[in-house]
Design a protein around this ligand. Sequence first.
Ligand code: UDP
Length: 465
Amino acid sequence: MAQGHSIPLIDIAKLFASRGVKSTLITTPLNAPPLSKAIQSSKNLGFEIEILVIQFPAIEVGLPQGFEITSMATTHEMKEKFFQATFLLEPQIEQILDQHRPHCLIADSFFPWATDVAGKFGIPRLIFYGPGFFPMCASLSVILYEPHLKVSSDSEVFTIPNLPVEIKITRNQVPIFEQNANPFLSKLLKESRECEERSYGIIFNTFYELEPAFADHYRKVFGRKAWHIGPVSLCNKAAGEKTEMRGMEASLDEHECLNWLNTKKHNSVVYICFGSMTNFSDPQLLEIALGLEAYGQEFIWVVKKEKKEKEEWLPEGFEQRMEGKGVIIRGWAPQVLILEHQAIGGFVTHCGWNSILEGVSSGVPMITWPVSAEQFYNEKLVTEILRIGVAVGSEKWAPLVDVKKEASVKRDAIEKAVAQVMVGDKAEEMRSRARALGEMARRAVEEGGSSFSDLTALIEELRSL
Ligand code: UDP
């Protein structure tokens, strides 16, 4: 019930269906229409894929009817209630399993109770964990060794213990729920981690070549069964799938957007998007606008705001001055379609795992601006391990409902990071590394590739049970 989770899960259902496995997606009324649109081309290809709708118990926890998407929560209280409601889904899932008798249940890591429900019917439960092996290993090491408790200040740098590569971070950047600082979220995280040990295994949306040391480390050191089957977004290859809806209806005409990009030189446009949940304050948005204008950078910028007469977050006359040079998408962007266009030369990202994989798959270097969740770990993967990005200088983790009011990243830092990724020898080196990774991603999902083979192995193992 958040696009960062539902989009890859839809792709996973499509992947299973494309291998001859009947797939059923379970969702709630508000989330059902976008899901239906997203699986249409799979259905047209004759794959067995369907949707079942259950009710979301919003009213039961004191939320209004129709409150069915995580990003609707604008306060901590709403978010907690939302998570409480997800625990009340259990009886409906049990009923569905009873009626339909599937051979396997795949459920998001936020549903720890799903393992017990699957157990009642004697079927394996696989966990879908959104991010990749690297952030998972970093998170488990932080929880296990608590290095953040051994430093004297929030800004003191420490090494995350027992990882195959030295990674340094500060307490400011460690997710608050891993620091035991939020009782509700910490409990949820603990339950999710515990259920990893009781579940059949975990599916990762990643590919081996992206993070081999961490794929091995996770399996060997933490001893869990895992399958890497991504980048799952690359499953959308057939005609019509690329323009098919992903998550939400795009807020602009896709063809118009592509036509605009067609008029631009290769690698000349920067794409800026902070995922489905992050909402920056007006002062922060203003800094981005000023940074773009000062540098004269061509751009596509996605802002989760509706058009208004007076817009505090835009400098006076910005859009008129930027006409032809930049496009602001208010609402939802067709992200994968944009990233794959050859005019896109850089991606300013909040480092959500899906965005990173989509950037990697498109061979685009990144300007990293982590905000919340496990995004600060993901930034390290991009900038220090893969070396296909430059950090904008975001220093402090924030809960999503509480993104800071002031502008913590200033225009000069934005301008500098964008320039480092777009021009010069270093930028070219980054771009060629990003391209090579994009090639590897594509090969991974082709027949015989690492992700293709791991999915085959998973299906065969499930069939043998
Ligand atoms: N996305 C999109 N258009 C938007 C914003 C997001 O298509 O305007 C998609 C993006 O391609 C990705 C997902 O939404 O697949 C966001 O997931 P991610 O893990 O990057 O970030 P989150 O939204 O979970 O913070």
